[in-house]
Design a protein around this ligand. Structure first.
Ligand code: AHM
Ligand code: MG
Length: 337
């Protein structure tokens, strides 16, 4: 069957006309998609290309880097630095801000990304993804410090992820809804396959790492216990559970069929602020989920309202179907206050 749906680039030009996104943002989002296609291609070779396994290095979070983390990070930097529209990039894999080198023209945009999320899944051939977030600065800072470029999630002008699953997909928001694209290998382009994605407001499916139960705060434990008690409990319906350990895969499932994803602050990760990173994991996913009609919170309020204080800071993340997230929020002392 021939797919005649629009290509991603055609979609972006349509957005330029209807949604007013500027030419520079079109160029940047095109570069990001090219990076995602290159990452997808690298992942396909797996053990054949000797790119599985770990390196002896650690990233800024103190986590052992996989070979593919480094390869994917390099792909994002190389594909996007020449775009001419970026002032800087921030990556999970880089300690410092990556200021665009002098040899390239600069522009007002900042790109933040996790080049390969869910990397514990790489060696076992389970879905992984890339996550990205875009801001526009009022003016080019003379010095590219974190202070100059850190913004709260509400100021994002675009966010998205690529999911490297059975098919490679790209899901994007430029602030007016959410659209999904599937990589058409026959032409090497993403095609617009999912228009105006909406997260169902009701759902009976949760995703959480249950092995951490003994570390949870009371509100989280009560919520999950209620779900597990099913039909006979206060929720009066049976719940299903999923845990891929790949946030992109979990969020994508929620985008298409609803549910909630939780990686809360708990007694084991509280000193770090949580597990997931605000700027290039929580914020872009929160923008996408909200733009699709869902909700995304930390223990104290909306993720998009958190004011960042450092580039790699972590937060508790709870997101998904609106009614379910609101029910959960009411059980969290600082959220319901
Ligand atoms: P990563 O950026 O090091 O891959 O970590 C983020 C991932 C998420 O994709 C996933 O939700 C979570 O870590 C899984 O954590 P756990 O190993 O505790 O199940
Ligand atoms: Mg990650």
């Amino acid at each position: 069957m021939t797919n005649t749906s629009k290509t991603y680039v055609q979609y972006l030009w349509d957005r330029r006309r209807s949604n007013g996104i500027d030419r520079d943002l079109v160029a940047l989002l095109h570069s990001v998609a090219t990076a995602c296609k290159a990452v997808s291609n690298s992942l396909k070779s797996g053990a054949l290309a000797d790119i599985l396994g770990s390196l002896e290095t650690e990233n800024v979070q103190g986590e052992t880097q996989k070979k593919l983390d480094v390869i994917a990070n390099d792909i994002f930097l190389r594909r996007c630095e020449y775009s001419g529209v970026l002032a800087a990039m921030v990556s999970e894999e880089l300690e410092e801000v990556y200021a665009i080198p002098d040899e390239f023209p600069r522009g007002p945009y900042v790109l933040l990304f996790d080049p390969l999320d869910g990397s514990s899944n790489i060696d076992v051939n389970v879905s992984v993804g890339s996550i990205f977030s875009v801001y526009k600065l009022d003016e080019l800072p003379t010095e590219m410090t974190y202070d100059a470029i850190l913004r709260s999630g509400a100021e994002q002008v675009a966010a998205g992820y690529a999911l490297y699953g059975p098919a490679t997909m790209l899901v994007l928001s430029t602030g007016k809804g959410v659209d999904g694209f599937t990589l058409d290998a026959s032409i090497g382009e993403f095609r617009h396959t999912h228009a105006n994605i909406q997260v169902p407001p009701e759902a009976a499916e949760f995703a959480i790492n249950m092995s951490r139960r003994r570390f949870w705060d009371d509100g989280i434990a009560t919520y999950i216990d209620e779900c597990i008690s099913g039909e006979t409990g206060p929720r009066k319906r049976d719940y299903n559970m999923r845990w891929v350990a790949s946030m992109v895969a979990e969020v994508h499932r929620i985008m298409l069929r609803g549910g909630v994803f939780l990686y809360p602050v708990d007694s084991r990760n509280r000193a770090d602020g949580g597990k997931l990173r605000l700027l290039y994991e929580a914020n872009p996913m929160a923008m996408l989920i909200e733009q699709a009609g869902g909700a995304a919170i930390t223990e104290t309020g909306r993720i998009l309202d958190v004011v960042p204080v450092s580039p790699h800071q972590r937060v508790g993340v709870m997101l998904g179907s609106k009614n379910e997230v609101e029910y959960l929020a009411a059980k969290l002392p600082e959220n319901s206050a």
